[in-house]
Design a protein. Sequence first.
Length: 347
Amino acid sequence: MIDTVYYKHDTGRLELIDQTLLPVETRNIECGTEHEVAFAIKTLQVRGAPAIGVAAAYGVAIGLAGSDNQNEPLEVSLDKICKLLISVRPTAVNLSWAVKRVQKAVLKANLQNNFEKAVKIAVKEADKIKKEDIEMCRNIGKFGAELIKDGDSWLTHCNAGALATAGYGTALGVFRAAKEMGKNFKVYVDETRPLLQGARLTAWELMQEKIDSVLICDNMAGSLIRADKVQGIVVGADRITSKGFVANKIGTYSLAVLAKYNGVPFYVAAPTSTFDLSLSYDDEIVIEERDPDEVRYIKGVQIAPADMPVYNPAFDITPPELITGIITDKGIIRPIYGQTIPEIIKS
Ligand code: MRU
């Protein structure tokens, strides 16, 4: 299995597969400071909601290990490191959820400025978060695979695979589990402009797993669905509110509308760490806007006038009425109205 976020316990450094280079080159990078971890998250060397949470959790430990305990109280250093890591990407709740969990574990230990002990506690908590993420993904896979029938074709968007998590994946975990069950099915993959996570990463993962798959450009999804070529759609999520509004990669909402119009089931696969029960409605979610050059250029090749104004939100929001069900590690939530989400997530 791909080890997307690998903390080297002997050197205290974080090894990541540089996802900006895939699939052309498989190269690992190492982060030795919290700033390097923050940079890797910002530039999408590591990406996907659960994966950035796990990376940032280790980032807290790495930051503490590099802190000068002579000059500053532990709580102050810890707070600065956590704030830095949380600030790099606003939409995926897994990032702040994981960082705050590590921060809480360190503070709870009441360490009297013992930085060495604080690092150990932070690493232990990050290890736990990573292990739990893989377990949650496997459970999502188990529940979701039941939806896939022999001979089906499904469509997915962006990359919600092993690369986007600590391993196994959420939406791609569903396909992995279905394959493990011996099912025969095909996966259509949206290329996912502007940064092509579908074409570069999902296609790469599915090929590695030898899962029958076909790549399409984003604007082909409508005709594919209308031609009855897909029996279901499954995508990942970056944040899900208590009322079932789902933030995910830009283009997800369009797929959900297409699915509803054409009567195709539309599923979201997400671990409990992606639910933000403190929010209810779509307008409470902060959507990250990224560099306009991500739209004007593809892999350094200019494809639009250099000064062309650009709109580049990285995510959109899909309302609950377009979602058939949310596949979680605790089971499939449907229908997703009223109290169902808080009840199941807190159980
Ligand atoms: O900008 P990215 O590549 O981090 O966006 C990733 C997505 O939108 C994924 O679908 C989401 O994080 C779920 S990953 C299991």
